[in-house]
Ligand binder design. Structure first.
Ligand SMILES: [Fe+2]
Length: 488
């Protein structure tokens, strides 16, 4: 494993050199919602796909008293937030390296009082996103996901510390390090236990330690940080937790020092020859307790859930979007097709069974947060009817899918031609009793007017027309993950 010092020497860097005095946000625009704004989509063919069409960045903005089509449920009260890359003035060398921008819509009393698009004011804002930037825990774009924990809103990117923002106006408060206890990066996919209130997550690094597991108690105190050795430094995007165990995925996307030094942008490559393993550890265990089980090489960005088999607790079912291979050309090629799978991890026999749940392309899995770690019935995700992008970008997702693991059936919400979805996240009805009593919230971009809307679907009847659509003043670029901050 490479040390941080030797990496810096190889890269010709001598130490920290934060970008300062970044020119911020000259030319923010404020757009009244009823002003027609049908701008042409940026489509410079000399630029890579993540800087064209609806992946291209937009400026900061805000709008008030948004038009709502349909009826927003009054019980859906709070702030919907979604994070994603949105480069500030610099053509980044990889989609993952764009500056983080949060797009938020406030919902209250059946109305949508405002929309805001705000950069996360990180130390890396406006920098090139070069993979050889000083490897500190605060020099990153914070562009991947959002966690609401202990009433804090944290913007996450897996290479560093979270950045906290205000839910009042999306302004940036600064890095958050759990009272100086968090000394590693933090995954963009932490898990909150709905029963105990614990927050579980990991951090990985291209330097030692390659993997560290963290446990935060219900009071928000980081009480355990456990270093876990790995054979090689890998990219590890997600993990899972059950009521008693955590599940790690050591999959073959390897850190490549030659790629890092070459400045090609993103220093990881698909390396199936490295093999693949799933590791299971008690939630309060140590590195010595991890049981690693070999699996066929594959990659998983995202998971729905994990839970113990009710009839045989030694078996953990892990539901995930599995790719048979990825990035075979290069790390900007997302023209691959993940599909829903169940890994059934027999911890007693040391074997992993694999079941493909269906044939449809799927990504951005979500569940009701109340079901995290336990037996669950419904999994939601995006899907597409086969429209795969030729330029290496993600498929144009034009369906929301709902898997019913009790009946084995799948329900779809289909969009009209020219409409493209981003992640659909489940928000529970505070008064609801059923697992799917709630709504699915997603930004939808429409080529008809080059603007976006916030769709609100009834999660119990996703095939029905949207309960409500909140019309936004301009487009929201395709991005990553969201969160909902309930009204307090
Ligand atoms: Fe993710």
């Amino acid at each position: 494993m490479l040390s941080r010092r030797s990496f810096l020497q190889l890269a010709g860097l001598s130490g920290a050199g934060f970008v300062s005095g970044v020119p911020l946000l000259g030319g923010c625009r404020t757009q009244a919602v009823d002003s027609p704004l049908t701008e042409a989509l940026p489509d410079d063919p000399s630029k890579p796909w993540w800087l064209r069409q609806n992946y291209a960045p937009v400026g900061e903005s805000e709008a008030h008293d948004l038009e709502v089509v349909g009826a927003l449920p009054p019980a859906l009260a709070g702030l919907y937030l979604r994070n994603g890359p949105n480069s500030l003035g610099v053509d980044t060398s990889h989609w993952f390296l764009g500056d983080g921008m949060v797009h938020g819509v406030r919902l209250e009393g059946g109305k949508a009082p405002w929309y805001r698009a705000r950069y996360i004011k990180t130390e890396a804002l406006g920098a090139t996103g070069d993979a050889l930037a000083p490897p500190t825990l605060t020099h990153h774009q914070a562009n991947t996901s959002i966690l609401v924990h202990q009433k804090r809103v944290l913007c996450l990117e897996e290479v560093g510390l979270p950045y906290q923002i205000s839910s009042d106006d999306l302004s940036t408060i600064g890095p958050y390090d759990f009272s100086q206890k968090l000394k590693t990066a933090m995954t963009a996919h932490p898990k909150l236990d709905p029963l105990t209130g614990e927050l579980l997550f990991f951090g990985y690094g291209v330097f030692e330690p390659a993997l560290t597991y963290h446990r935060v108690d219900a009071k928000g105190v980081l009480v355990q940080s456990e270093k876990i050795p790995l054979p090689k430094a890998v990219m590890m995007h997600d993990f899972q937790v059950t009521a008693t165990h955590v599940v790690f995925m050591d999959l073959p996307i390897l850190f490549d020092i030659d790629l890092a030094i070459s400045g090609s942008g993103f220093p990881f490559r698909w390396a199936p020859e490295n093999g693949a393993r799933i590791g299971v550890m008690p939630r309060t265990g140590t590195a010595a307790d991890v049981k690693w089980i070999e699996i066929e090489p594959c990659f998983v960005f995202h998971t729905w859930n994990a839970f113990h088999d009710p009839k045989n607790p030694a078996i953990i079912h892990l539901d995930a979007i599995r790719y048979t291979s990825i990035w075979e050309k290069n790390s900007s090629d997302f023209n691959t097709d993940g599909r829903a799978h169940r890994f059934s991890i027999d911890t007693a026999a040391g074997k992993v069974g694999l079941t493909q749940l269906d044939d449809h392309i799927a990504e951005f899995p979500r569940i009701s947060p109340r079901q995290q770690g336990g037996v669950y019935r419904y999994g939601y995700c995006l899907s597409t009817d086969g429209v795969v992008a030729a330029d290496g970008s993600l498929p144009a997702f034009n369906h929301v899918a709902k898997y019913d693991h009790q009946t084995g059936k799948r329900q779809l919400h289909a969009l009209a031609a020219g409409q493209e979805l981003d992640e659909a996240m489940f928000v529970a009805d505070p008064a609801g009793k059923g697992e799917d009593d709630g709504w699915l919230l997603a930004y939808m971009f429409d080529h008809a007017d080059n603007r976006s809307q916030l769709l609100v679907l009834d999660a119990a009847e996703i095939s029905a027309p949207p309960v409500a659509r909140v019309l936004l003043p301009h487009r929201v670029p395709h991005g990553f993950h969201g969160a909902f901050v309930p009204a307090s």
